[in-house]
Design a protein around this ligand. Structure first.
Ligand code: PLP
Length: 443
């Protein structure tokens, strides 16, 4: 299916009934942008409970990497489920976890031996990354970036600085975390220019954080999203990660990449940091790794992952069914889906850029592979953020049968399953074009 098929007004009667039940019993902390109630999925198509078919450019927040219920992933899952569902890899051994650790060692961009810790989610993978960095280095400080998102458990939340609502009411957070500006070619941080912001942000760490706030020999790690996700799908200049690598190496600080959103083939390479030619010391990934089964991993250089038995563990982490789903996912990514993400991503991004000729409200289009951000502004000169219009466009897309999500304050993110075809990309662009036109008018 390319174009969506809508059979009822949205939400349909069954969807409305379920949402009414949800509103009484489910935590009100969730952010639902529109009333989609899932019934089934196939590839990049989602069916709701009323039989409406949507084109999916959200992938359950960049998770369904191989598409919804890819037969090979489902088979791997079922085969494993029939053998055993759980045995806790922290206390016992099983093949899928060992095999996945072997595969992680093959795919992470690190030279030499690699070891992997298994968790259940992105935030847990980041917690593991931070704890490991502290344990290995015997230092306490962590440097993170403004606009970043690393999760919502107390440790990772202390690094997260995407939106204040995520932090409000939960302080004080874990001490010893220092935030630096993240380079942004469209919106250079205050006092910086697009041309120099990559270097300036790294200089800022050296001069402001390491010069005034914490001695470099007390900093365990710099934790950085290779491409900033929730903050707005911001691709930093190539020199940024390279300078960061130089700075961290100079001071014996670990470079820890959060690839929870940007990893697992989404950007047209297995890990986004590969676009920058840099080797981190630790990588955290989750979301797309198991096509939707809960799994987070923290992979590190073997000499860095030197914590002793009991230092860190998780009852469910590395669940055998999730590991089996991850192995099937990685096989598909390697066989064809990373290449598809690169090819269809280039096509989709070019199409989104072409919409800039029609719609003045689009200030910037950026991304790598199928991780694409479209930033909306009230005025291209002042770059005033078009926040309400962004929200309205995301809504409009839904009512036209396209699932997209926002990122940052005023960007739309396109993070479809990596099986998206070019004709599905064209259908998505057509809907985006219409939705933007209806909200912002044509120019
Ligand atoms: N790190 C990044 C870069 C993310 O984008 C996210 C989630 O959006 C997380 C960590 C947290 O992942 P989870 O929601 O699985 O805990």
């Amino acid at each position: 299916m390319d174009a969506p098929v809508l059979k009822t007004p949205l939400p349909g009667p069954k969807a409305a009934a379920l949402i009414a039940r949800d509103s009484k019993f489910v935590s009100p902390s969730y952010t639902r942008d529109y009333p989609l109630v899932m019934a089934g999925g196939n590839g990049a198509v989602v069916e709701d409970v009323d039989g409406n078919l949507f084109l999916d450019c959200a992938a359950g927040i960049a998770v369904n990497s191989t598409g919804h219920s890819h037969p090979e992933v489902v088979k791997a899952h079922l085969d494993q489920a029939q053998k055993y569902l759980h045995m806790s890899g922290t206390d016992f051994y099983y093949e899928p976890q060992v095999r996945l650790a072997e595969v992680m060692a093959e795919i992470v961009p690190m030279t030499g031996g690699v070891r992997t810790f298994f968790a259940n989610s992105g935030t847990e993978a980041v917690e593991a990354m931070v704890k490991l960095a502290k344990y290995h280095s015997k230092r306490f400080g962590i440097i993170a970036f403004l606009g970043s998102f690393h999760g919502r458990s107390m440790g990772s939340l202390s690094l997260t600085s995407s939106k204040t609502t995520q932090r409000k009411g939960f302080g004080p957070l874990v001490p010893g975390v220092y935030h630096a500006p993240y380079p942004n070619l469209y919106r250079a941080p205050a006092g910086m220019s697009p041309e120099s912001c990559a270097q300036d942000c790294v200089d800022w760490i050296e001069q402001q954080i390491l010069g005034h706030l914490i001695s470099p020999d007390e900093v365990a790690a710099v934790v950085v999203e290779s491409i900033q996700g929730e903050g707005g799908y911001i691709v930093p200049p190539i020199e940024f990660h390279q300078r960061l690598r130089e700075l961290t190496t100079k001071h014996g600080i670990l470079l820890a990449c959060d690839e929870v959103q940007s990893g697992m083939g989404r950007t047209g390479k297995m890990f986004a940091i590969e676009h920058f030619g840099v080797e981190p010391d630790i990588i955290a990934t989750a979301k797309g790794i198991a096509s939707g089964m809960p799994l987070g991993v923290c992979a590190a250089r073997a000499d860095v992952m030197d914590w002793p038995p009991g230092a860190h563990a998780s009852t469910f982490g590395g669940n055998p069914v999730s590991c089996a789903a991850a192995l099937a996912t990685i096989k598909l990514l390697r066989e064809s889906l990373i290449a598809n993400a690169a090819e269809v991503g280039t096509h989709l991004q070019a199409g989104a850029k072409a919409l800039m000729d029609k719609h003045q409200i689009i200030g910037d289009v950026r991304g790598k592979g199928l991780m694409i951000g479209i930033e909306l502004v009230k005025d291209r000169k002042t770059k005033e953020r078009a926040i309400d219009a962004r929200d309205a466009i995301v809504q409009k897309c839904f009512y036209k049968g396209l699932l997209v999500l926002g990122a940052g304050r005023n960007s739309i993110r396109l993070s479809p399953p990596l099986v998206l075809t070019k004709s599905q990309a064209d259908a998505a662009l057509k809907i985006l074009d219409a939705a933007i036109g209806e909200v912002a008018g044509r120019t």
